[in-house]
Ligand binder design. Structure first.
Ligand code: MG
Length: 271
C-alpha cells in the first residue's frame, strides 16, 4: 500500500511542480515574436453526404453549385437535372485559370454498371488541363493500378482504394502546388498533389513527373502560372455536383522580430 502511494506521488510530482512554477511565474513562455496577420474568417461550408449536396466554403470560387455550368467552356453539352450535372458530349474546361489551389469535386459513377476496366465510369479531374487525377468506377472493377480511381494517371496508384459503390456519391479533395518554369522553359520546381478520396488520403504531397497521357510517358512542358481545370468526358455518364476551388492556399507571412523595427519605420513614414 505504501509503495503504491509513493509511486502515485512520484507520478503527480512533475505536474504539481509545473503548476506551481506557472503560479509563481518561474517559467518563461516561449513567444516567437513574429507579428502575424490575423487568419481570415471562413465559413467552411459542408461536404455533401449521401444524396444531400454540400455547400462550398465562403471564400471558394463555386464552379458548379447545382444551377449552371457558366464557369466552364463546353458545359452546354452536359445535362443538369436537380442540381446534378451529367457528363455528355465532351469535357468541360474552366474559363478561369488556376495555379496553386484546393479543389473539391463530388461525383457518382453510373449506378447501372456497364463496361469494365477503364471503360466503366471513367472521367478525370485535370489540374492545369494536363495533370489527371483519375475518376473511375473502381468498386470491384480491376484495371491497371496507376489508372484506377484516385490515381495520378499512369504515374502513381492511390495508396488505398477508397471507392464507394457505383451510383453512390463520392468526393475528391485535391491540394495542388503548381510547377514553376524558368523563362527559357526549364522546369524550376515540379508540381505536387495531395489527394483525399472520400476523405481518405491517397496521395500525400506526390511529386508530379509531368503531364499525364495515355500514349506518352510523363513529361513537363512549360505552361502558364494559371491554367484551367478540366473534367474529362470519357464516354460514360458520370454525374457531378458541388465543385469548387480555393486559391488561398499560401501560408500567412509574419514579420519576424529582426525586421519589425524597419517595418514600424515604414509605417511611420506612411503616416
Ligand atoms: Mg480518366
Amino acid at each position: 500500500m505504501k509503495i503504491r502511494r509513493i509511486v502515485l506521488l512520484l507520478a503527480v510530482l512533475p505536474v504539481l511542480a509545473t503548476g506551481l512554477a506557472f503560479a509563481a511565474r518561474l517559467v518563461d513562455e516561449y513567444k516567437s515574436g513574429i507579428v502575424w496577420p490575423e487568419p481570415a474568417l471562413v465559413d467552411p461550408g459542408m461536404a455533401g453526404s449521401g444524396d444531400a449536396p454540400g455547400k462550398a466554403p465562403s471564400d471558394a470560387i463555386v464552379l458548379f453549385g447545382g444551377e449552371n455550368l457558366d464557369a466552364w467552356e463546353g458545359g452546354e453539352k452536359w445535362k443538369i437535372v436537380n442540381g446534378v450535372a451529367t457528363a455528355a458530349g465532351g469535357g468541360i474546361t474552366t474559363k478561369q485559370g488556376f495555379g496553386d489551389c484546393q479543389v473539391h469535386v463530388e461525383f457518382a459513377t453510373p449506378d447501372k454498371v456497364e463496361g469494365s476496366g477503364q471503360g466503366r465510369g471513367n472521367s478525370g479531374l485535370y489540374l492545369m488541363g494536363r495533370y489527371e487525377v483519375q475518376i473511375l468506377d473502381s468498386f470491384d472493377n480491376k484495371t491497371y493500378f496507376d489508372g484506377q480511381c484516385g490515381s495520378i494517371y499512369k504515374q502513381q496508384p492511390p495508396m488505398v482504394n477508397a471507392s464507394r459503390k457505383p451510383g453512390e456519391w463520392q468526393s475528391l479533395d485535391v491540394l495542388f502546388t503548381a510547377p514553376k518554369f524558368a523563362k527559357n522553359g526549364d522546369l524550376l520546381t515540379p508540381g505536387y498533389v495531395t489527394v483525399l478520396h472520400n476523405g481518405i488520403v491517397v496521395h500525400n504531397h506526390f511529386e508530379l513527373q509531368g503531364s499525364t497521357s495515355y500514349t506518352e510517358p510523363p513529361k513537363y512542358s512549360a505552361h502558364g502560372e494559371q491554367e484551367p481545370l478540366h473534367i474529362q468526358f470519357h464516354g460514360n455518364p458520370v454525374r457531378f455536383r458541388n465543385i469548387w476551388v480555393r486559391e488561398a492556399v499560401q501560408p500567412l507571412v509574419g514579420i519576424p522580430p529582426e525586421v519589425q523595427p524597419k517595418a514600424e519605420a515604414v509605417q511611420e513614414l506612411k503616416r
